[in-house]
Ligand binder design. Structure first.
Ligand SMILES: [Zn+2]
Length: 452
């Protein structure tokens, strides 16, 4: 496997710390609203990376946080007059529904809420030597950190300013809050440090450093996230973890590029902010969105357009019709694909192992569907191929449901009607099937059904 490492800005050979194992940490969602489709793009990329590593024989240990303590959460909870736990529970549930629909598999992942890891964060803050306590909280002093600013070229004029916001300017160097002193409008926890109790709550950046290392060790293998998290979030994670232990946080940082809508970054103020709800409201499937994401390389910006989603939906339909051929085994005895499935799979795996080249892997899939349309398929071999493709890119092609026995019977009866030249009866049956979403393609080897 080769992967682009943001730490070195190079594609590198991936070597895990422990042979045969891979530890991955992902910055999870801030659960105060629906995630947008740009966030989903990042999670689909991470899911695919995990799948490819697992299929490559690694035992993958994946951890993701759920940010349920953060400025925007408390602001929203106060605006809407509800307890922050009620708000975060609601959007956490929606988040898990959205990612399941997009084919993201977290059932083997360890998920941790920030609110359940307060003592781990406090322990880490205690270990950081370059911190100072002021009225509104505990700050990380970056003035002493010569390695700070790895991901961006920084304007150091504000070096000795302090920032209390969880998110701040992309180029500004400032000391950031590890712990924020209690505000009347926010929940707070006791924190005994240096002989005092500083009631308050953690800053955002500290949670990822605490949770990743607790479950994955330090350093761990791969830290993932969207490019927008490189600075300040990942920069701060790296700085505070190194300060606490003298060790690096992770060997690889891998970042997914932005998804643009109408050529610009999504924002509620531009009116181009899209969630999965908006996609489904236009009758597109979340899986088509996944396919659209996979059609672009994770390190290129992807400009979302409805026409491209429509094309992805059509491609998904083609892939499914191809996958449905395994449910029509009779075809396999008569027709043979011209592309060798083993070599096709090799091409797909090789593309994915080259810095996750999903567009190249998908173009092989496209060739396979064209081949099947021309020459048919080898059903016995197609079945295991679909399972391997699902393991790698998660399109659920091996989980297709068969048509009902009644529908099969109807196809057979229509064939009989055709044989006895009863065209109107045959047409009527075709119409009946069509109403149930089943279309027929009459070939010289008999009818092939597919779902419209
Ligand atoms: Zn994070």
């Amino acid at each position: 496997m080769r992967l682009f490492n943001s730490l070195t800005r190079k594609v590198e050979d991936y070597k895990p710390i422990k042979s045969g194992k891979t530890s991955i940490y992902t910055c999870g969602p801030t659960v105060y609203d629906h995630v947008h489709i740009g966030n989903l793009r990042t999670y689909v990329f991470e899911d695919t990376l995990r799948r490819v590593l697992k299929a490559g024989g690694y035992q993958v240990n994946h951890v993701m946080n759920i940010t349920d303590i953060e400025d925007k959460i408390f602001a929203r909870a106060n605006e809407t007059n509800q307890d922050f736990k009620t708000l975060t529970a609601k959007y956490e549930k929606i988040f898990f529904e959205d990612i399941a629909k997009t084919g993201i598999d977290l059932h083997e992942s360890k998920l941790i809420r920030a609110s359940e890891a307060i003592t781990d964060m406090q322990e880490l803050i205690r270990q950081i030597p370059n911190k100072y306590i002021v009225d509104d909280g505990i700050y990380f002093d970056i003035g002493n950190d010569k390695d700070y600013g790895r991901f961006v070229t920084l304007d150091r004029r504000h070096e000795h300013h302090r920032i209390n916001n969880d998110e701040y300017d992309k180029e500004q160097v400032a000391d950031f809050a590890l712990w924020k002193a209690k505000k009347p409008s926010e929940p707070s926890w006791d924190f005994k440090i240096d002989g005092r109790n500083i009631e308050g709550r953690p800053g955002w950046h500290i949670e990822c450093s605490a949770m990743s290392v607790k479950y994955l060790g330090q350093p761990f293998d791969i830290h993932t996230g969207g490019v927008d998290l490189m600075f300040p979030h990942h920069e701060n994670e790296i700085a505070q973890s190194r300060a606490a232990t003298g060790k690096k946080l992770a060997n690889f940082f891998v970042h997914a590029e932005h998804l643009l809508v109408d050529g610009r970054k999504m924002s509620k103020s531009f009116g181009n902010f899209l969630t999965l709800e908006n996609i489904e409201a236009k009758k597109f499937e979340p899986m088509a969105l996944r396919l659209l994401f996979l059609q672009a390389h994770y390190r290129s910006q992807l400009n979302f357009a409805w026409e491209s989603l429509s094309a992805a939906q059509a491609f998904l339909q083609r892939l499914r019709s191809w996958a449905d051929l395994v449910l029509q085994p009779k075809l396999g005895h008569k027709r043979t694909a011209s592309i060798n499935y083993q070599s096709a799979l090799k091409v797909i795996k090789h593309s994915l192992s080259e810095d996750l080249n999903t567009p190249k892997a998908l173009s092989m899939l496209s060739l396979l569907t064209i081949d099947a349309e021309a020459y048919g398929v080898d059903v016995k071999k197609l079945k295991p191929l679909l399972a391997e493709i699902d393991d790698l890119i998660g399109l659920d092609l091996s989980k297709r449901k068969d048509i009902t026995p009644e529908q099969k019977q109807l196809i057979l009866q229509r064939e009989e009607a055709r044989t006895s030249k009863d065209w109107s009866k045959a047409d009527q049956m075709r119409h009946q099937l069509k109403k149930q979403g089943i279309e027929l393609n009459d070939t010289d080897l008999g009818p092939i059904w597919y779902r419209a």
